[in-house]
Design a binder for this molecule. Sequence first.
Ligand SMILES: Nc1ncnc2c1ncn2[C@@H]1O[C@H](COP(=O)(O)OP(=O)(O)OP(=O)(O)O)[C@@H](O)[C@H]1O
Length: 649
Amino acid sequence: MAAAAAHQHIHEIETVALGAASRRDEVVSHSWRRCIETYRLDPSRACEAYILPEPRLREHRQRSEDLIRTARFGLETLHGQMAGQGYVLLLADALGVTVDFIGDPTFDNQLRRAGLYLGSEWSEPRAGTCAVGSCLATGEALCIHQSDHFDLTHTPLTCSAAPIYDTDGTLAAVLDISALRSPEAKISQNLVLHLVSATARRIELANLMASARGEWVIRFSRSPEFLDVDPDGAVSLDASGRVAGLTHAAQKLLAGAVGADWRDPGAVLGRPIGDFLQLGLDDLPDLTRDRPSESRLLAGRDGNRVFAHAIAPPRASPRALKPMPSALPPALADLSGGDPAMDTLLAKAARLARAPLSILLQGETGTGKEVLARAIHRSRGDAKPFVALNCAALPESLIEAELFGHAPSAFTGASAKGRAGLIEAANGGTLFLDEIGDMPLSLQSRLLRVLAEREIVPVGALKPIRLDLSVISASHRDLGALVRQGAFREDLFYRLNAATLRLPPLREREDLNWLIERLGGGAKLDPAARAALLRHSWPGNVRELRNALELGAALAEGGTIRLADLPEALSEAPAGPGPQTWPAPEPALTPEPALTPEPPEPSGRDEAETLRALLLACRWNVSEAARRLGCDRTTVHRRMRRLGLAQPQ
Ligand SMILES: Nc1ncnc2c1ncn2[C@@H]1O[C@H](COP(=O)(O)OP(=O)(O)OP(=O)(O)O)[C@@H](O)[C@H]1O
């Protein structure tokens, strides 16, 4: 800049800072005032562009890794559109540091000197009024053209920048297009500003789509033609229909619909979508692509209308969403839909399955301990026997005979031919001792002896039988705590527990969507039903989920499970039962003499209704109802009696 022009530039800034009217855009005059009053910058002191030293740039780039990856395609496309016109592209982080850059290498030196380079810092306090810095300060897209710049060093440049907001509404980055030279008229940059804003909007949309796996996304547009191809903005909704994430345009649209300030972080995020638009979760399927875009019109609370396109969460096909733990045998790989705790546990189970070690499975009721035991056995890959004994379901006198068998006529009522016990039946394969924590102390010593000596003498027999079997035991009780209470033999505990696998409760699993698809047997779920399943706390774990889905499928009409088809306890959530703590306090060991496992009882007043609905769906066929509930007919009959239910004549 010539001396006279420089002098005039400084003078203009000083007079505007003193409050004089200005021909400049308001964003420029406001920024000049900030530079003088807030940052105490001196317009007469020109400063070179500041480029961060390499180690500090690396830190900034590492922190912005995800952003750089998401934005890169947008940057390259935009650069292609501007090719040959002398523009460079900068992606700056929230501190104004250029973390990604695309420019013409022929002008490397000039660009570096001008600060249009990787590592340059373009915050207002450091560089004065500039596109990146002023965009960060205002949160709006803008163009800082030539002498709009505060610092004389930068007045040759023209720079247009647009903010990129994260899905939680915070300003995460700025996308900037700059050129070393340009026509004098600022209007020449209008198209450039439009392009950079459109690219920032698309980067936000890409970021929202990537972060909204498992959630509904609604895209908005003012035009039905562009709705499906290039929407203005989008929101993602959590399972209860609250705004979980959004793009900047959506933030402005929704805040505007209720007259709120879009800059207020709590104005939209976390609030039900119905606060802003006449829309509920159940309406979402009507806004999918199956319907013509002109008919997908939504009214805002302010009466304004916008076209909408709802995208359902991807249906969790067992394989699609599932990062396959590579070396897992299929029987084990089948038990997780990508939950990290399950994946770690299954990898450990696969290693343990190769050795004949005793494995103890711990976890709340219904978490899948027996399922896992069977999978470990199957992963051993041969047709050897798997024999299960529920130690809680048998009276003490029977467990002994069941386990050890007996010789011919060994006791009153014993078979004259004698009978092999379960331990013997499992020989060569796997013996699964379920609810081992409920095994009476006297039997614990006998079992210990068998496991230690690896041979068995059936009741009343003289000769021992050699044993070669793997033992997997399971309990929902914390066996270590039972040992400390003196209710379980420590030596048996160590014998059974060469390794422990702890199954996570369902409420902590991240693959709930996958389990729903898997156990839902292909039935569709409407959004309210899915939302209820996702927010329930599942005290009965996978068993409760399976029962709920089976009931839903039995009651569903037209192949779609609705909220009313699910057990009523699910509609009551989230006020429903809180997460169960585990290990549960165990006052005493009181094995129940039930011969069949009891499915979790539906809680509260809905129990009779739920059972009646199921029986109706099964045409009052009690065996069928028992099969669907995973219990036996006597249990269903008992519940019917208790609840006063009988088949209408
Ligand atoms: N990974 C899974 N995939 C499919 N179904 C599962 C899975 N885990 C558990 N289930 C289902 O949940 C139910 C309960 O599983 P299981 O009987 O193995 O639980 P548990 O932990 O042994 O329960 P308890 O402690 O009450 O004996 C079963 O009906 C099973 O079908």
